[in-house]
Design a protein around this ligand. Structure first.
Ligand SMILES: NC(=O)c1ccc[n+]([C@@H]2O[C@H](COP(=O)([O-])OP(=O)(O)OC[C@H]3O[C@@H](n4cnc5c(N)ncnc54)[C@H](O)[C@@H]3O)[C@@H](O)[C@H]2O)c1
Ligand SMILES: O=C(O)C1=N[C@H](C(=O)O)CCC1
Length: 256
C-alpha cells in the first residue's frame, strides 16, 4: 500500500520538530517536505504533498492554509489564534476547493479534548466557572486557543441551559486582575518557565467546587492527535473544527 505523503510547515519549531519525528516514525506515512520560515510554499506542490501539518504562528497560518487549499492539499492545523473573521475567509476558500479538507484543532491532546467535553457537560450544573491556562513563556498568544475554545463551549452550554451571567461583585480591579472575558467566562493566562501546556477549569456553587485539570508534560503528548488528523482529514472535505470530530466520543454525548 502506498504511503500518505505528508509535509510539515514550521518544521523547525517546538511542535513542528516533534511532528517531523512522529511522521518519520509512522509506517503508513512518508515525510516529503519540512518547511521552515524561509522556505517557499511551492516546496509543498513540488514535493507532491497530500497532507500538510501546519504548526507556525497565528500571523502566518492563514496564508499557509490558503495555499494548501488552493492546491488541493489537505491541512491539519495546530496553530492557534484563528479568529471568526479568518475562519470565515477560509470557509470561502474551501467552497472553491471541493474535496479538500482542513482540520483546525486548538489542542491535539486527547486529554485536552476530553477536558473540553467534560467542561461542556458540567457547565449547566454550577453558578461560577473560571479557566486558568498555564504555558511556557515562549508562547505567542494569550489566552491559549484551548482556553478560548473551552470558554466558548461553556458559554454555549450555559446559554442553552438558560443560565444567567455569573454573579461577580468586583467593583474595583487593576487591569487584568479578573482575566479576559471569553463568552462570559473569566480566563487567566500564566506564562512560566518549566511548563509545557496545562489548563484548569474551575466550577463552583453552594459549598462545593469542582476542578478539571489537564497537563501536557511534553509535546509528544500532541502527536497521536496530529497523526489521527493526518490519517482522517482526506476523508473529511471542508472545515473541521476540533479533533473531537475524529474521535469516538460515544457515551460522552452532550444531551444523552
Ligand atoms: N493544537 C495543538 O495541540 C498545539 C500544541 C502546541 C502548540 N500549538 C500551536 O502551534 C503553533 C506553534 O507552536 P510552537 O510552540 O511550535 O511555536 P515555535 O515558535 O516553536 O515554532 C513555530 C515555527 O514556525 C516557523 N514559522 C513561522 N512562520 C512561518 C511560515 N510562514 N512558514 C513556515 N514556518 C514558519 C518559525 O520559524 C518556527 O520555527 C502555535 O500557534 C501554538 O499555539 C498547538
Ligand atoms: O504551546 C502552545 O503554544 C500550545 N498551544 C495550544 C493552545 O494555544 O491552546 C495548545 C497547547 C499548547
Amino acid at each position: 500500500m502506498s504511503k500518505l505523503r505528508v509535509a510539515v510547515i514550521g518544521a523547525r519549531g517546538r511542535m513542528g520538530a516533534e511532528a517531523v519525528k512522529a511522521v518519520n516514525a509512522a509506517d503508513d506515512l512518508e515525510l516529503v517536505a519540512a518547511l521552515g520560515r524561509d522556505d517557499k510554499r511551492e516546496t509543498l506542490t513540488e514535493a507532491g504533498a497530500e497532507v500538510a501539518v501546519e504548526l507556525t504562528h497565528p500571523d502566518a497560518s492563514p496564508a499557509n492554509v490558503a495555499f494548501c487549499v488552493r492546491h488541493g492539499i489537505h491541512a491539519v492545523v495546530g496553530t492557534t489564534g484563528w479568529s471568526e473573521e479568518r475562519l470565515a475567509t477560509l470557509r470561502g476558500q474551501l467552497a472553491d476547493a471541493p474535496g479538500t479538507g482542513v482540520l483546525i484543532a486548538p489542542n491535539f491532546g486527547i486529554g485536552a479534548v476530553l477536558t473540553m467535553r467534560f467542561a461542556q457537560q458540567a457547565a449547566r450544573f454550577f453558578e461560577s466557572v473560571e479557566i486558568v491556562e498555564l504555558h511556557h513563556p515562549g508562547k505567542a498568544d494569550a489566552p491559549s486557543g484551548t482556553a478560548v475554545r473551552t470558554a466558548q463551549l461553556i458559554g454555549e452550554a450555559r446559554a442553552a441551559a438558560g443560565l444567567p451571567a455569573q454573579p461577580d461583585a468586583t467593583s474595583s480591579a487593576l487591569d487584568g486582575a479578573r482575566g479576559a472575558d471569553v463568552a462570559g467566562v473569566p480566563v487567566h493566562a500564566v506564562r512560566l518557565r518549566g511548563l509545557v501546556a496545562h489548563q484548569e477549569v474551575l466550577f463552583g456553587d453552594e459549598g462545593e467546587t469542582f476542578t478539571l485539570r489537564h497537563d501536557s508534560m511534553n509535546r509528544g503528548s500532541f502527536m497521536p492527535g496530529v497523526l489521527l488528523g493526518v490519517r482522517r482529514i482526506g476523508g473529511a472535505p471542508g472545515l473541521t473544527l476540533g479533533l473531537e470530530h475524529f474521535m469516538d466520543l460515544r457515551g460522552l454525548d452532550l444531551d444523552g
